[in-house]
Design a protein around this ligand. Structure first.
Ligand SMILES: [Zn+2]
Length: 116
């Protein structure tokens, strides 16, 4: 019998993939925190609820200001960690209005919609 016993450093551990503004890794699924599988799934199957937008500004405090392309509406979002390395002013993005997902290319974020 072959025993599979990887060293501790090789074992998968459960931890949040992003740093949270609340400190440490994030396992919080509230708006603006970690993206859940169900949120991703529900946003995927409700394709008419996405709004194309252009990023106006990304702050160090996690705020993202957008303007929608169709209606020229200003939207203010918040994410628990700074996402300025993933999204910059002038970038095209999509926002899901019901499941509050911000899509930056193939990277999706759970965001809190502060003002729409
Ligand atoms: Zn968080």
């Amino acid at each position: 019998m072959i025993e599979f016993n990887p060293p501790a450093s090789a074992r998968l551990t459960h931890s949040g993939s992003t740093e949270c503004a609340l400190g440490g890794p994030c396992d919080e699924l509230a708006s603006g925190h970690a993206l859940s599988f169900m949120q991703r799934r529900l946003a995927s199957v409700t394709s008419t609820k996405w709004h194309d937008a252009i990023v106006d500004e990304v702050s160090d405090g996690g705020q993202i200001r957008l303007t929608t392309i169709a209606n020229n509406e200003q939207i203010l979002l918040w994410h628990h960690s700074h996402i300025g390395h993933d999204v910059k002013a002038g970038d095209p993005v999509a926002l899901h209005e019901i499941y509050h997902v911000l899509a930056v290319g193939s990277t999706w974020f759970n965001v809190s919609i502060e003002a729409f």
